[in-house]
Design a protein around this ligand. Structure first.
Ligand code: ATP
Ligand code: MG
Length: 559
């Protein structure tokens, strides 16, 4: 008997899963709750996708809840515009907040009350120092800070002043509310941090109701506590803020205190993710909007043709860690290729067409050949592809004087037209400049389907499109928006080193008729040319526009 092979699957848990499992085992929480808290001040990018899928994935895995919360405590302009895009992006990624869509600005009343509670406990005070003075008093990493002269105001005075702050009796910047913690703390975040400021600004949600706004470090733990978030997952730069998070939660005496856990941000090598840079590219007209397919905003990835599944896979492969590192863009490309390999129909599209005439094919005749949509996946069925006397092939698939080892079409050589017939080149026509304009061939009717009639072998197989029924298409080919050789950022002025070839528009492509029917976001493999997606803005049935998602080959290997 054959020895049975036992496959052992070792599923290693990431450090956040380990924390959650311990908390559940110890009965610290009955059910977990995570959240994704974007600030609606830009479009989401691939880094955010990691946070979204991590938080949502944990909630799914441990049968808990995932909340969506706009962290809109900082009133600046143009915020509403981003709320809808963020929601759409998260839905598209596949994360579901069900009915738990929250806005931090809806908690302003509770935050105000929380501040009053701290004042009453003697844990917060109104301070009249200017921003400049507060900075001076704060000390440095090596020197302790100095206490504010306003630190010992009475509870009554603080309550009165804070109420006046709320009622609009003070100018912006003239007074702040500060937590009373420890000016000698080795952690600068604990040196009486500002928790409320006066700002006469109109908020997109609350309008002019408030002229005081809470600071992030004070607001965030309160938002988490109000919603019953158990594990508040954020990125590493907040690690030093965790003692303050814990202080706020403790002093406000929440029954079920949330806990903050930090993980490393996702960085992509040679890719621009910073909102500031993307905004500049958009404003300078270098890209065509936040969803330009050369960007890595979620909207751009979707427009380019990436699938949610490919991004999920990518995030999964990146893993979760405490150490900052950078992942190669090629890994994202690998994920989309893997995902589309079986899903996308394989079609014929000629990006740089040259005409072929088959002289012994009856004039005026046409036939339909049955072609499988995806040789590796019979479930995708087959289609009828027209074939006739005149065809288009890629210009690079013909050489008048072949180089060594060239296996495609050249005079007197026989090749296979994919799924169609064997053809032999008999001659060419040229224009005045010597460019080949027409390639003449003869075909072997006995080789229908591309099968050898007599065991005769051909070395090359090329793709083609029937000229009579071909549809003209535009294909957009992309390269990295930055010049990798020079590095992303210019060392002198910090600007981006742009790659002038990041977009190539190929106008007169010839594609098979089926592709003329493509609708927005339809994805295909174009034989030899890569994976393409019908552009959601510019593609119209009859005059399709395709974005190349990724080429077919890569040197990337999954370790
Ligand atoms: P950016 O740095 O692009 O301006 P941000 O951090 O200001 O992004 P927020 O809206 O504040 O954007 O972020 C929402 C959530 O996404 C936060 O919890 C943040 O930690 C997380 N996040 C942001 N960038 C990344 C990243 N590169 N990798 C993983 N998570 C990220
Ligand atoms: Mg931010």
């Amino acid at each position: 008997m054959e020895k049975e092979t036992v496959k052992e699957t070792v599923v290693s848990k990431n450090f956040i899963e380990q924390i959650i499992e311990k908390d559940l085992e110890e009965g610290k929480y009955e059910e977990i709750c995570t959240r994704f808290p974007p600030e609606p001040n830009g479009y989401l990018h691939i880094g955010h996708a990691k946070s979204i899928l991590l938080n949502y994935g944990l909630a799914q895995k441990y049968h808990g809840k995932f909340n969506m919360r706009f962290d809109d405590t900082n009133p600046t302009k143009e915020k509403v515009e981003f709320v809808e895009s963020i929601k759409a992006d998260i839905k598209w990624l596949g994360a579901d907040w069900e009915d738990r869509l929250y806005f931090a600005s809806n908690y302003f009343e509770q935050m105000y009350e929380a501040a009053v509670k701290l004042i009453k406990k003697g844990k917060a005070f109104v301070c009249d120092l200017t921003a400049e003075e507060i900075r001076e008093y704060r000390g440095t990493l090596t020197e302790p800070g100095k206490e504010s002269p306003y630190r010992n105001r009475s509870v009554e005075e603080n309550l009165e002043l804070f109420e006046k702050m709320k009622n609009g009796e003070f100018e912006d910047g003239s007074k702040v509310l500060r937590a009373k913690i420890d000016m000698a703390s080795p952690n600068i975040n604990m040196r009486d941090p500002v928790i409320y400021r006066v700002a006469h600004m109109t908020h997109h949600n609350t309008g002019d109701k408030w002229c005081i706004y809470p600071m992030y470090d004070f607001a965030h733990p309160i938002e988490d506590a109000i919603e019953g978030v158990t594990h508040s997952i954020c990125t590493l730069e907040f690690e030093d803020h965790r003692p303050l998070y814990d202080w706020v939660v403790r002093e406000l005496e929440y029954a079920h205190p949330p806990k903050q856990i930090e993980f490393a941000k996702l960085y992509l090598t040679n890719v621009v993710t910073g909102k500031r840079y993307i905004k500049k590219l958009v404003e300078d007209g270098i890209v065509d909007g936040w969803d330009d397919p050369r960007l890595v905003s979620i909207a751009a990835l979707r427009r380019r043709g990436f699938t949610p599944e490919s991004i999920q896979k990518f995030v999964e492969l990146c893993g979760v860690s405490k150490a900052n590192s950078s992942v190669d863009y090629a890994m994202l490309e690998y994920c989309i290729r893997e995902d589309l390999k079986m899903k996308a129909p394989r079609m014929m599209a000629i990006l740089d067409p040259v005409k072929v005439v088959i002289d012994n094919y009856p004039e005026g005749e046409m036939e339909y050949l049955e072609v499988p949509n995806n040789m590796e996946n019979p479930e995708l069925g087959s289609r009828q592809v027209p074939f006739g006397r005149e065809l288009y092939i890629e210009r690079e698939d013909f050489m008048e004087v072949p180089v060594k080892k060239y296996k495609r079409l050249y005079p007197d050589n026989e090749v296979r037209l994919m799924n169609a017939y064997f053809v032999t080149c008999t001659g060419v026509e040229k224009d005045e400049e010597g460019n080949v304009t027409v390639i003449h061939c003869t075909y072997d009717p006995a080789s229908k389907g591309g099968n050898s009639p007599d065991g005769r072998k051909v070395k090359g197989t090329i793709h083609w499109v029937c000229a009579d029924t071909a549809v003209k298409a535009e294909c957009r080919l992309y390269e990295n928006i930055v010049d990798e050789e020079k590095g992303v950022y210019n060392k002198e002025d910090g600007s981006l080193n742009l790659n002038p070839n990041s977009l190539t528009v190929v106008k007169d492509c010839m594609v098979e008729p089926e592709l003329g029917k493509a609708e927005a976001y339809d994805r295909f493999q174009f034989v030899r040319n890569g994976f393409f997606c019908a552009d959601c803005h510019d593609s119209k049935p009859g005059s399709p526009v395709f974005n190349r998602i990724v080429s077919l080959k890569s040197s990337f290997k999954l370790k």
